[in-house]
Design a protein around this ligand. Structure first.
Ligand SMILES: C[S@@+](CC[C@H](N)C(=O)[O-])C[C@H]1O[C@@H](n2cnc3c(N)ncnc32)[C@H](O)[C@@H]1O
Length: 414
């Protein structure tokens, strides 16, 4: 349901909510999302025509004067998008739009469409790269000439073997992308035997076309009380969750259009359009066996404060933060997230700063101070970590869960 921030007047707090039983699942849901961002390039004749002004400012003139259809992804029809999402194995649950963004909430995450770029984020067992040609085709169908930039990324999967063949290994994903963008470059940020972040990027032009910045927070092993907020219980609605979890307050100083969804029996997704032009999205898998949440936005002001607020919503055992921006922009955002003390109660276990294509990337991995320490090499170390965790969440003894302490490997790299 689409609402505005002002609509979040009152809703039950977490303490008013009754007891919830975790569903028994055969296979844990794979929360980790594949993210594909494609930016398109207009034909040269259009670029030359508007050398002295932005396309956006002049597009109406173009339509009136040349009687050519507008080259704009926002013209795409939902039906055409849905056909492509079928190939990915997901569907549209809901949509909200401003004059600069169309945001689709998907059965498995989100799709954002802007004038000349789209961002598709899908989780579970979706086959995102199966439709890469179709996504490119969407741009061409509204008159774009070629792909200007591509960015594909994903964190490590919980169960890579459960993924469609192409997505089981980053090497295969890279090969698929290279079939279309042979000058693209594949990288990994972070240690490959830990919570690392895989990315592939391609840029046709020598200099970035716009000033872009994306902040992502990827969180594992959520606090028990926090994850319980994302279960459907009684008459709890998505809007109640958005309010009680604190998601409605993330961008309190902006005008935010919110489209949220609470799954049965649990799971939550929200898309937000900020000040008509920027976006944020949050997705939550609250099942204990594989609890996971992700946050992403291109609204990078006050990034350090924002990351703190996001982490406070979920209190994960561990999380990674990434900032990817154009080389020429947002140095302050990278600077803000460089602090080893970014979030109180968390210890930074890894930090990386890199420059490639036209992009600058910051990657940092944090662990709850309750669990920080060397990897458990025997039962005693594990028991000590588990005991600490049990103390901290009084009355809620935890079963040892290998993911709670150190993540499972994705097998031999490549
Ligand atoms: C909210 S969706 C989005 C997942 C997101 N990538 C994440 O984990 O943060 C996943 C959650 O919804 C639950 N869910 C319930 N019904 C679902 C459905 N039909 N499709 C996808 N997820 C569903 C899953 O069990 C899981 O807890």
């Amino acid at each position: 349901m689409v609402r505005f921030q002002e609509d979040f007047a009152s809703s039950p707090s977490s303490s008013e909510m009754g007891s919830i039983v975790d569903p028994i699942v055969d296979k844990p849901f794979e929360g980790a999302e594949k993210l594909l961002e494609i930016s398109f390039q207009r034909p040269r004749r259009h670029i030359a025509k508007f050398r002295n002004g932005s396309y956006a400012a002049n597009r109406m003139k173009l339509v009136e004067n040349d009687s050519e259809p507008e080259i704009n992804l926002l013209r795409l029809r939902r039906d055409d998008v849905e056909k492509i999402l079928d190939k990915v194995n997901c569907s549209i649950l809901n949509e909200c739009r401003s004059d600069q963004v169309t945001a689709y909430l998907l059965s498995e995450s989100s799709l954002f469409i802007f004038e000349d770029r789209m961002i598709v984020k899908t989780c579970g067992q979706t086959n995102l790269l199966n439709a890469i040609e179709d996504f490119i085709g969407l741009g061409k169908s509204v008159g774009f000439d070629s792909v200007a930039e591509v960015f594909y990324s994903r964190p490590k999967f919980l169960n890579p073997d459960e993924q469609p063949f192409r997505h089981q290994k980053f090497k295969r994903e890279t090969e698929t992308l290279l079939n279309y963008f042979d000058k693209g470059l594949a990288r990994v940020l972070g240690s490959t035997n830990s919570d690392c972040y895989h990315l592939f990027c391609f840029s046709r032009n020598r200099s970035p076309r716009r000033s872009n910045c994306t902040v992502e927070v990827i969180m594992n092993s959520l606090d028990n009380d926090k994850r319980m907020l994302f279960f459907k219980e009684g008459d709890r609605t998505a809007s109640d969750v958005t309010k009680s979890a604190g998601i409605a307050d993330l961008f309190a100083n902006s005008s935010v259009m919110i489209d949220d969804y609470l799954f049965e029996p649990c799971g939550y997704s929200v898309n937000g359009i900020i000040d008509q032009k920027r976006y944020f999205t949050v997705h939550v898998t609250p099942e204990k066996c594989a609890s996971y949440a992700s946050f992403e936005t291109d609204h990078c002001e006050n990034a350090a404060e924002l990351v703190g607020k996001v982490v406070a919503i979920f209190r994960p055992s561990r999380f990674i933060v990434t900032v990817i921006s154009d080389e020429s922009s947002h140095a302050d955002v990278h600077g803000q997230l460089r602090s080893a003390d970014l979030v109180a109660g968390y210890e930074r276990s890894e930090f990386q700063f890199a420059m490639f294509c036209h992009q600058t990337a910051t990657f940092a991995r944090f662990e709850s101070r309750r669990l920080a320490g060397p990897p458990p090499d025997d039962g005693a170390a594990f028991a000590a970590a588990a005991a600490l965790e049990t103390d901290a969440s009084a009355g809620d003894p935890r079963e040892p869960d290998p993911r709670d302490v150190w993540c499972q490997g994705e097998g031999p790299y490549f």
